[in-house]
Design a protein around this ligand. Structure first.
Ligand SMILES: Nc1ncnc2c1ncn2[C@@H]1O[C@H](COP(=O)(O)OP(=O)(O)OP(=O)(O)O)[C@@H](O)[C@H]1O
Ligand SMILES: [Mg+2]
Ligand SMILES: [Zn+2]
Length: 485
């Protein structure tokens, strides 16, 4: 006897339809799973057998073959347990034939028949909705996520509950639409004392979604400032919220019943993070930090400590808004349009920029430090300047300056936005920008970026046109020689 049901496998962020067929023939009792199933899928045999017997259903006599089609698609993970079990039960007529019509299912089975949620429920459910199916049988924990996809969930806690439903002994349980959780309390910008320039830079970067580098001596509040950015970002619109929720679903990072992710994500990976952790990858590729930060903020604290390959790998998402992850069969694309916020000291020992201290870094060490991030992340728009005279001047002032406040400042780098109209500048603003381009030897890109930052500053001031003062302020957030190298 033969039975079929449908499920959806995840390929990156996309659902792929998989037909699960169970065929029972007379013969020596055995269960075989065919159709390019990975190890976790092969282990489904034990879970399905044990789950069915624990649910006080009967394990069919004879030789059972389960086929996962198309055979060319590699099937990964435990999400096939439930559809396999349902196909086997249907083939052995333990509920009416036809009961599975219009249904998709996915879920992992525990040995006692309880259902466990799997990652990517939202994406798999979107696949089922697009395939024209009406209902999706899943673990109770996945119900709310499935409902987000616009398909009716049949959330169950146990395989026995799924079978009772298919026998018509109970209707689909009502979905619990949980209240979206209150936004976690974001720390307030008002907690930060002084540091007007860095705060202003943070506000401009938030308003225009620009990349921001906070620089300054240790203990000036750079980390504190960056962590306050989420509190001033606007919430996500519907489309953005769905995109972000999809990525977090596939990464298994949605909290149960949290609903759509409405708050822009704020990701702060540690500087020891590997390249794969930052941009994604692995044998069955999962989104990395850059994608988890999609439509939100990627915060790299202690930028100078990050590994160079990891920083280099961020160039593509910074330019294009997505990452390509290599996999066995071709490449996979994950969206990664984030706002980069980074914090660093001006030199490895941290003393640079602090009037009370002497920097002990050798020129080579300093060069290596800057090399690591400047080419990868900053538009190198200024000619190399020797900052030795400034450093000498500082140390002679050391005594007097020791009680003076120390400052952090912000470098704003507008994000590349292809195809957008250049902002409207007044004649005076245009002149000022042109003169700055000559004086600072800005590249075409450097000019466009300064104009974008000026546009945000004008918008914050409620002006339709970019005026000279806005350009002047935008130019003041360019990387100083101490940073750009
Ligand atoms: N401007 C400020 N206003 C209020 N508190 C501050 C300020 N600057 C520093 N602090 C306090 O000092 C502590 C250290 O600040 P923070 O860690 O943000 O500095 P940092 O610039 O990131 O230093 P580092 O370069 O060592 O990482 C914070 O926990 C905060 O309580
Ligand atoms: Mg810090
Ligand atoms: Zn130093």
């Amino acid at each position: 006897m033969l039975a079929r049901t449908v499920t959806h496998a995840l390929v990156g962020l996309d659902p792929w339809r998989v037909e699960v067929e169970a065929h029972i023939q007379s013969g020596h009792p055995a269960l075989a799973i065919v159709g390019l199933a990975d190890r976790a899928c092969q282990e489904a045999k034990e879970r399905v057998r044990s789950g069915i017997t624990s649910a006080e259903l009967s394990w069919p006599k004879g030789r059972i073959t389960v086929n996962l089609a198309p055979a060319t698609l590699r099937k990964e993970g435990p999400g096939f347990d439930l559809p396999i079990a349902l196909a086997v039960l249907s083939a052995s007529r333990q509920f009416p034939p036809g009961a599975l019509a219009g249904h998709a299912s996915f879920g992992e089975l525990a040995l006692d028949g309880r259902l466990r949620p799997v990652v990517g429920a939202l994406v798999a459910a979107e696949g089922a909705r697009r395939a024209g199916l009406d209902r999706l049988i899943c673990a109770a924990e996945s119900g709310a996520e499935v409902a987000l996809a616009g398909i009716e969930p049949v959330p169950v806690r146990h395989l026995a509950e799924a079978v009772a439903y298919l026998r018509g002994q109970r209707g689909p349980p009502p979905t619990i639409h949980e209240e979206a959780r209150a936004a976690p309390h974001a720390p307030e910008l008002a907690d930060v004392r002084g540091q007007e320039r860095a705060r202003r830079a943070l506000e401009i970067a938030a308003a225009g979604s620009h990349n921001l580098l906070l620089v300054g001596p240790p203990g000036t509040g750079k980390t504190m400032l960056a962590r306050r950015l989420p509190g001033i970002l606007p919430p996500l619109c519907d489309d953005e919220a769905l995109e972000v929720t999809r990525i977090h679903s596939v990464a298994g990072m949605l909290h149960q019943g949290s609903g759509l992710v409405r708050i822009p994500p704020f990701r702060a990976p540690h500087h020891s993070a590997s390249t794969a952790a930052i941009v994604g990858g692995g044998p069955s590729p999962r989104p990395g930090e850059a994608s988890l930060a999609h439509r939100g903020v990627l915060f790299l604290d202690e930028l100078g400590e990050f590994q160079r390959p990891a920083l280099e790998a961020l160039r593509q998402p910074l330019e294009d808004g997505f990452v390509f992850v290599a996999r066995v069969l071709g490449r996979m694309l994950f969206p990664a349009r984030f706002q980069l916020v980074a914090a660093m000291n001006l030199c490895p020992c941290g003393a640079r920029g602090d009037p009370a201290l002497d920097c002990s870094c050798t020129p080579q060490r300093l060069a290596r430090y800057r090399e690591r991030f400047s080419r990868a992340l900053l538009d190198r728009c200024g000619p190399r300047r020797d900052d030795a005279p400034a450093a000498r001047g500082q140390s002679s002032l050391r005594h007097r300056a020791s009680r003076q406040p120390r400052f952090a400042s912000g470098v704003i780098v507008a994000r590349a936005e292809l195809g957008r109209q250049p902002p409207a500048l007044t004649a005076e603003a245009g002149d000022l920008l042109t003169r700055a381009v000559d004086r600072l030897a800005l590249s075409g890109r450097g000019r466009a970026r300064a104009a974008r930052v000026a546009e945000t500053i004008a918008a914050l001031a409620g002006r339709a046109e970019v005026e000279a003062e806005h350009v002047a302020e935008a130019l003041s957030y360019r990387a100083p020689a101490e940073v750009a190298g």
